[in-house]
Design a protein around this ligand. Structure first.
Ligand SMILES: [Zn+2]
Length: 273
């Protein structure tokens, strides 16, 4: 099969409104080593995906999402990869893609952030099952029905342990204020509000959903007026620091599920005991 770059350009015009056609085009440029058009095809794909008005992956099936990720991994186009991996992570964490499917794809391409998101979502699903059913072997039912291997299940158990311990640490030592004004007791206001919210609302829960808890605390600190007596720049900076903590935790979730990796915070302290 011989296709000239000129023919590809014509093909691109034909499929410009057809996302799956663009995927095929990108595959062809990669398969036949059209180096001059490979990056061009990856850019066309990226422009289509990042343009909200084109809605390229709106209502995409899990199969189409997997294909899109597989195609983007063919190219050395960092923005394209990050964008599609980000979509994948959002979908798995919003329960639009089965965690096991996401984990399989993540393992194939060694995508640690997606691996972490898949384990985390599966863990929360498992928590929900165990909280709505009384006894019997949830682990067996979970393993049978969701197809996770023994090793993966061990990672899930480890993740539960590590995240519950992380929360134990965070609820006693909330994310600190980012105070630069050094007056008006900013740090104390922030600390007391965070600690009050952490302890009062969450002290009795053993859920591993640390992300969900931190997001709720951020919403509370942002909207309940309780930190309004901080200086405005410090209030904004502190909310940003908390948002950053949430993002950092989401990006490093895999560390809590993989006991061969070094972990952070309370985990380090416990391992050195
Ligand atoms: Zn301040």
């Amino acid at each position: 099969m011989r296709i000239s770059p000129h023919e590809l350009q014509n093909y691109a015009q034909l499929v410009s409104g057809d996302f799956e056609g663009l995927l095929t085009l990108a595959e062809i440029t990669n398969k036949y080593h059209f180096q001059s058009t490979e990056m061009w095809a990856a850019n066309v794909l990226y422009q289509c995906l990042e343009n909200p008005s084109k809605k390229c992956l709106l209502n995409a099936t899990p199969e189409l999402l997997v294909r899109t990720l597989n195609v983007t991994m063919l190219f050395h186009h960092e923005k394209l990869r990050d964008f599609v991996v980000g979509i994948f992570i959002d979908r798995v964490m919003n329960h639009k893609i089965p965690p096991l499917l996401a984990l399989t794809v993540a393992d194939t391409h060694s995508l640690s952030t997606l691996q972490g998101a898949a384990y985390y979502t599966q863990l929360l699903d498992l928590e929900q099952v165990t909280s709505t059913r009384e006894t019997s072997s949830h682990a067996m039912r979970f393993g049978d029905h969701n197809g996770f291997t023994q090793d993966q299940f061990a990672h899930l158990l480890h993740g539960h342990w590590a995240l519950v311990h992380l929360w134990d640490d965070l609820r006693n030592n909330p994310v600190a204020a980012s105070c630069t004004c050094n007056r008006r007791g900013c740090s104390d206001i922030w600390y007391n509000a965070s600690l009050h919210r952490c302890k009062r609302t969450w002290s009795n829960t053993h859920s591993a959903d640390v992300l969900g808890k931190l997001r709720k605390i951020r919403t509370y600190l942002r909207s309940d007026g309780i930190t309004d007596s901080m200086s405005e720049p410090c209030q904004k900076a502190s909310l940003s620091a908390l948002a950053e903590k949430i993002i950092d935790l989401q990006d490093s979730l895999i560390d809590y599920f993989d006991f061969t990796r070094p972990t952070t915070g309370v985990m380090d302290e416990e391992q050195t005991e």
